[in-house]
Design a protein around this ligand. Structure first.
Ligand code: SF4
Length: 732
């Protein structure tokens, strides 16, 4: 059944259920806290939330007697606008959590829980000794593998890459788990990914939130969407799950999972048939449109689209007509829809909708996914020369390079390497034991290592499988500079408080390691051994960045974040970065990479007979991947994971509200408490991926490392089809 908002809020019971069901992450600005900032003895500092969130909030931290008292949104960023989400307001709980890792520690044996405090000297000497030992035994540092990604996106945190390059050529986990299929799809079409400034949503007359649960994951964009809505814009949410975001929409459309491309093709057929194409825009800005239009006319019918998507034909017609005529119209493509074996292809079809209706390059329009603009920072901390004579993967011209391994098939790919094998892992800003597919295989791979070093702030699942853990600073204890992959604001992280306990930043760890290695073997590590954290941050700037931000010195950012001088409407200049310089509806690059040249329908992955239920594991409300949910306030607000299950499906398995449910497939299993809800459909169950404190819960025991259809072009590796995960269930 398709549920519209009107239908959903129609009954008293539903309204009551909604009050409990739908939470929004936005909290009101605290005037009390702002007034407190003016109190004598309270110092304020500038910070930016670095934890892989769309919003990358500018923050003001309030410090009294060296203690971080509270954190607020910075009103100088018109995007953050003085507010934070629940997670952001929890930062004092994170900084002062009794669960923080306080000192370097070693665990003997690995996985035993038998931890012992050690000094930084002992930790660094042990690690340096092992690196040099492996180098001697194997003739290179390739047996050392780095796995680093998104726990902290600060620019000096790329010092982790610098650490590795400074010891020689190493093995690097490359790729990105979350969003690469979508990046590639837009790279084929536009040449790269660029979204409209999210503050530009206010100018839209029609907004489709397509697979985006921004009320949980990008909450600061919502006020701009709501303002447009108040002005009369219509907001449509398309999602297999009736999310908090969908509950705010004027129209909610529940779509069969992984059929977004079929809906977009149905819309395209209607738009072509009713001559609603913006021919001037298409002819001036694209190549290959006629070929695709021909495909649509010959192969796509509205009846087929309705059948495939589960959406009534009249709703598809309404959506197509409204989207094509209510200009400007904006689409926000969420990350979930591309986590399928046809996910990138589905995004390409949606891109073509934007093109054919002339909604690209317009304020209030766009097919908005994200951007990869780095504003020209130096990324100085990440680039260090390999020591003289280092051996790596030798190319035909005699040059040496690092060795790559697929982050998205990490366990299997690491275990397959033999010449030389990987013998040591360095893990930072990642939690693969919790977040990567096939947890059993990940742990097996860890067990084959001679040394596992993890840098983190909490004893998470990956730390539990490590030999040495090094305590990481939070962004209030460090200097850094932060940009967003969604909005256009840039700000600095000031060291607002001294590093807690014995924690160090990634750059400080790199310097300590360099000292230890050079003491054992002079010249074995090129990373500087001295340096001030603020200096490291200053070295990331250059005149181009200053010009982009309208400043002459990074210290001006201490007065507040700056917005990059960048067009608010992506592709307004019509200069696409494809080989042809046009929007490529026909992409030769896609064809060369074994993909359809044009955005045609590719069948979705079907459930196998023995595992007939799709198990979706989207982003949670109270955390970002495995961060935040473990904190005390978050555990109080959301004490345990739940399995969202439709009452019809539950009844078929004799499952009642609150029952424990065994969710399993041939890879593994997880047991979760049932929550019966009509927000999902009878063939889909949902549990939000996260790391809960003191809990064995981990959805990835059941998730296979199935590649999405795209990702290699822009990120080196295909994404993961996280949502093409099929299971069976039974009452536990
Ligand atoms: S988690 Fe996201 S929304 Fe929340 S404070 Fe951090 S950047 Fe802002």
């Amino acid at each position: 059944m398709k549920i519209t908002r009107r239908q959903f809020i129609g009954g008293t019971a539903a309204v009551t259920a909604g009050a409990g069901l739908f939470g929004f992450n936005m909290l009101a600005e605290s005037n009390f806290a702002r007034a407190a900032g003016a109190e004598a003895g309270v110092k304020t500092f500038r910070n930016v939330c670095p934890r892989n969130c769309y919003d990358t909030c500018a923050q003001i931290s309030y410090v009294e007697d060296g203690v971080l008292k509270k954190v607020e949104g910075d009103p100088k960023s018109t995007y953050t606008n003085g507010k934070l989400c629940l997670k952001g307001y929890n930062y004092t709980r994170r900084v002062y959590s009794p669960d923080r890792i306080k000192y370097p520690m070693k665990q003997t044996p690995r996985g035993s829980g038998n931890w012992e405090r050690i000094s930084w000297d002992e930790a660094m000497n042990t690690i340096a000794g092992k690196i040099l030992d492996l180098k001697k035994r194997y003739g290179s540092t390739l047996p050392i593998c780095m796995n680093k990604y998104s726990g902290n996106f600060g620019i000096t945190h790329y010092g982790i890459e610098g650490t590795m390059s400074s010891i020689g050529y190493t093995t690097r986990a490359i790729g990105t788990p979350c969003w690469p299929a979508g990046i590639d799809s837009q790279t084929y079409d536009f040449g790269t990914i660029v979204n409209n400034d999210p503050e530009d949503f206010v100018n839209a007359n029609y907004i489709i939130l397509w697979g985006s649960n921004c009320a949980w994951t990008g909450v600061h964009s919502l006020p701009f969407i709501t303002k447009a809505q108040e002005r009369g814009a219509k907001v449509v949410a398309i999602d297999p799950v009736l999310t908090s975001t969908a509950s705010k929409a004027d129209l909610y459309i529940q779509i069969n999972t992984s059929t977004d491309g079929a809906l977009a093709l149905g819309m395209a057929r209607y738009i072509l048939d009713h001559d609603l194409v913006d021919w001037d825009y298409v002819q001036a800005n694209s190549i290959g449109f006629a070929e695709w239009a021909d495909y649509v006319k010959k192969n796509i019918t509205l009846d087929w689209a309705a059948e495939k998507t589960g959406i009534p034909k009249e709703i598809i017609i309404q959506l197509a007509h409204e989207y094509a005529t209510a200009k400007p119209a904006s689409i926000w493509v969420g990350y979930g829809m591309q986590r399928h074996t046809n996910g990138g292809q589905n995004v390409r079809i949606i891109d073509a909708l934007g093109l054919m209706t002339g909604n690209i390059g317009k304020s209030g329009g766009g097919i908005n996914y994200a951007h990869l603009e780095t504003w020209g920072f130096n990324y100085h901390a990440m680039v260090m020369p390999a020591p003289e004579g280092s051996v790596g993967m030798a190319g035909p011209d005699g040059t040496h390079t690092d060795r790559s391994v697929n982050m998205n098939n990490f366990a299997a790919d690491v275990q397959a390497l033999t010449d030389p094998p990987v013998k040591m892992l360095w893990i930072a800003a990642r939690n693969p034991v919790s977040q990567d597919p096939d947890t059993h295989d990940i742990i097996k791979m860890f067990n084959s290592m001679e040394l596992v070093v993890t840098v983190d702030s909490f004893f998470n699942k990956t730390v539990e499988q490590s030999d040495i853990v090094l305590p990481a600073t939070t962004h209030f204890e460090d200097w850094d500079v932060m940009a967003s992959y969604w909005h256009h604001w840039v700000g600095v992280n000031q060291r607002a408080i001294d590093p807690m306990y014995e924690s160090k930043s990634d750059v400080e760890i790199a310097m300590a390691l360099s000292k230890a290695m050079n003491a054992l073997e002079p010249g074995s590590c090129t990373y500087p051994t001295e340096g001030d954290p603020e200096e490291w941050t200053a070295r990331e700037f250059n005149d181009g960045v200053y010009n982009m931000l309208g400043i002459t010195d990074y210290k001006e950012l201490l007065a507040g974040p700056r917005k990059a001088k960048f067009s608010p409407a992506a592709w307004a200049d019509g200069k696409f970065r494809t080989p042809s310089g046009k929007f490529e509806v026909h992409s030769e690059r896609a064809a060369q990479n074994g993909l359809p040249a044009i955005p045609i329908w590719v069948e979705e992955m079907k459930a196998p007979a023995q595992y007939p239920i799709r198990f979706m594991t989207p982003h949670p409300q109270h955390g970002i991947h495995s961060q935040f949910q473990n904190l005390d306030w978050m555990m109080a607000a959301n004490p345990e994971p739940l399995l969202e299950i439709h009452p019809e499906l539950a009844a078929r398995h004799g499952i009642a509200e609150g029952d424990q449910v065994r969710v399993y497939n041939d890879l593994g299993e997880v047991t979760i408490k049932a929550h019966l809800t009509r927000t999902t459909s009878p063939d889909v169950i949902v549990s939000y991926e996260a790391w809960y404190k003191d809990s064995p819960f981990n959805v990835n025991y059941t998730v296979k490392a199935i590649p999405a259809d795209m990702g290699k072009l822009a990120t080196g590796m295909d994404g993961i089809a996280f949502h093409d995960n099929f299971v069976a269930i039974e009452k536990a």
